[in-house]
Ligand binder design. Sequence first.
Ligand code: AMP
Length: 374
Amino acid sequence: MTKTIYPGQTIGIIGGGQLGRMMALAAKEAGFKIAVLDPTMESPCGQVADIQIIASFNDDSALEELAEVSDVITYEFENIDYKGLKRLTEFAYVPQGAELVRITQNRITEKAEIRKAGVLIANYVVATSPVELKATIEEIGFPCIVKTAFGGYDGKGQVKLNSKEELKLATPLFEHGACIAEAFVPFTKEISVIVQRNGNGETYCLPVGENIHKDHILHQTIVPARVSETIITQATKAAEQIADHLQLVGTLAVEMFVLENDTIVINELAPRPHNSGHYSIEGTTISQFHQHVRAICGWPLRKPTLHQPTVMVNVLGEHVVPLSNAISKYPDWSIHLYGKEEAKTKRKMGHVTILTDDINKTLQEIDHSGIWSE
Ligand code: AMP
C-alpha cells in the first residue's frame, strides 16, 4: 500500500554516508525531519540529521528504534543487513521493500534478474571454488573478469584473467564465497542511467551520463553522454525495463557498457542514488535526491530535464587541499564536500559540478587546474 508522507514527518535513513547526507539535505528543503542509523557519530548524514542512532546496521534494537521515530524508512547503500531490512518491513513503512537489496547484494541473483528483464549482459558462469571455475571458464573464454558475488565495489573483489595460466590469480577471491566469471567487454564508453519510480509506477530517467573511471573509482561524469541517439534510447529503455521488472520504488542506478557496434550491455545495478547522478543537483530540473524523496514519500514525480551540459568531477582525499586552494579561481564551480574528517587518499570526500556550453573547454579547464593531475 502506497502512503503519502508529509513535511514535518520523519524519514529514517539506514546509512550515514554522503548519499544519505544529500538525500537528507533535499528532504529538509521540504520540511521533513531526518533520523539516521550509522555506526559512527557525526557521519556525513548524521551532521545534518535531526536524530542520530549510533549502532551497526544489523542491531535489532537500533532498527526498532529507527522504526519508532520514522514515518518512512529508506537506505543509502545496498550492503546493509538484508535480514534486518526484511524484518523491518514487517513493522515499519519501507516502501522500497527488501527484495531489491537481496537481489543486488549478490551478483548472481542480480545478473539473473537483469536477464529476466530481457536486457543484455555479458556472458557469465557461476563458480563456488577454483576447481569449478577451471571447469567452467571455457564457456566464457579469455580475457574474462572474475568477481566475488558478494560485497565488491569500486573494482574491489575482482580480477582480470588473460589466459588459463592466470587462473590462480582468482583463487583468493573464493575466500569471500562464490564468484562469477564474465566475458571481458571491449567497451568504447561506460554510461549510466538513474531510473526512479514511485509506488504508482510513475517512472523517470535522468539524462544518460558518460562515466570516466580512474583506478576503478568514478572520476568524471559528463552529461549528456557523448554517444549516439540510438544508445541514449536503448539505455533509457533498458533502465525502464529493469525498473518495471523489479517493480522498483525509489532509485536504481544502471551501469552499462557501450560497444563499438552501437549497442549496450548492462554491467551492474545499485538500488540507490548513485555517484554518477550527483550532477543532477545543479544540472537538472530535479535532482536524484529530491526525486528519491518524492518517490518514497508517495509524491508525484517530476520530469528531469537538463538545464545545460554538465560535468561532475569527484574529489578524493588527495584533491581536497588543491581544490580548496583553487576556489577563488573558479566561481562557476559548485563545490560539494561531505563533511568527512579524514581526507584519506582515494576516499570520496566530495565533488565539483560545472554547467557549461562547451564540454571540451570545461574538460580542459579541469585539466589545467592541476587539481586532478597524477
Ligand atoms: P564493477 O565493480 O562490476 O562495476 O566493475 C568495475 C569496473 O571494472 C567497471 O566500471 C569497468 O571499467 C570494469 N569492468 C567490470 N566488468 C567488466 C567487463 N566484463 N568487461 C570489461 N570491463 C569490466
